[in-house]
Design a protein around this ligand. Structure first.
Ligand code: C2O
Length: 344
């Protein structure tokens, strides 16, 4: 059976490094309505690379985040409330109704990873748009698959900006991301190291797409069904690559807050830029496959989640309604894919 939406009224404390924390939403008794996808006549929003925003686009984004941070702490649109959604779905605040309570709801590590995060970004983007009264507003993506984008985008590094977050690895502010990075690794610094790492990164992406073209479970993650715990081997290759950026952006010491922990990752605006690129990769992958359905399996298509939307309604969304970005009325600017024809 498909994963059912959580029963908000039974939300309980979550677990972080053995400690219990509370991250339940302030709308636990709300009336829940079925999500209706935006009308196909709504203008398509085009997400752009973070390193290419115009100053006007950047000011809008900063203003939207500033307003989101200024909302009352218990407003579901508040920046921290939005960040906390990640905790509820990742740190075990929800049980799966009618199943072993030891098996909590977890949207990482399986075929739920991409659809859940697509919706998460979708609502975050629309709420920000509402806050500044701009129905075409888009969040930027961290275009880390192009050499110019393999650094932390400048817009997140300005200490006076609402996009800034102090809890990052200070050694990585100007460093190039090496996809092979694991906590203690040195960073590429000399021109030769940088050029080698660039090529290696590009090859890795190319290889990932090639290897998984006919195997969505390898790219996106394997099945998880109602009542099942996520098997430790179910993550897709895209999710594994995605983990590197969490490690690389967050500090190298435990508890790795913010970006390096599920509990706090979405407290850093860069989280959403990173995930927009991950989401863009899913979109590219679908495109390469001619938009052939990844899993013809009702347990995937009917899996559902709950979000608080840009109209202040609590909605139940299904995986099958987010399979194409156009269905949610957004797309990604088309960037040169330098990894596409690279040969070692
Ligand atoms: Cu929900 Cu990048 O993790």
């Amino acid at each position: 059976a498909p994963i059912e939406p959580p029963d908000l009224s039974t939300c309980h404390s979550a677990t972080v490094d053995g400690k219990s924390v509370s991250c339940c939403p302030p709308y636990s008794s709300a009336n829940i309505i079925d999500f209706v996808p935006p009308s196909a006549t709504e203008a398509l929003r085009v997400r752009k690379p973070a390193h290419k925003l115009t100053s006007e686009e950047l000011s809008k984004f900063k203003e939207a985040i500033r307003l989101m941070k200024a909302l009352p702490a218990d407003d579901p649109w508040n920046f921290m409330q939005q960040a906390t959604i990640h905790c509820t779905y990742c740190n075990g605040a929800y049980d799966q109704l009618g199943y072993d309570p030891a098996v909590t709801l977890q949207i990482h590590g399986s075929w739920l990873f991409l659809p859940w995060h697509r919706y998460y970004l979708h609502f975050w983007e629309r709420i920000l748009g509402k806050l500044i009264g701009d129905p075409t507003f888009t969040i930027p993506f961290w275009n880390w698959d192009t050499p110019d984008g393999m650094y932390m985008p400048e817009i997140y590094k300005d200490t006076s900006s609402p996009l800034y977050n102090a809890n990052r690895d200070q050694n990585h502010l100007n460093a190039m991301v090496d996809y092979k990075f694991a906590y203690t690794d040195p960073i590429p610094t000399t021109p030769t190291q940088i050029s080698e790492a660039t090529t290696r990164n590009l090859c890795q992406i190319n290889q990932m797409f090639k290897e998984t073209k006919n195997s969505p479970s390898l790219f996106m993650g394997k099945a998880v069904r109602a009542g099942e715990a996520v098997p430790s081997t179910a993550s897709g290759n895209l999710e594994s690559l995605h983990n590197t950026f969490h490690q690389w952006t967050g500090p190298q010491q435990s508890p790795y807050y913010d970006m390096g922990s599920f509990y706090t990752a979405a407290r850093d605006c860069i989280f959403f830029a990173h995930h927009a690129n991950i989401d863009r990769f899913w979109d590219l992958y679908s495109g390469f496959r001619g938009y052939k359905l990844e899993f013809k399996d009702k347990d995937w298509l009917d899996s559902s989640f709950i979000f608080y939307d840009e109209n202040r309604q609590v909605v139940k969304v299904k995986v099958k309604d987010c399979l194409k970005t156009q269905d949610l009325r957004f797309t990604y600017s088309s960037e040169k894919l330098q990894w596409k024809d690279i040969s070692k």
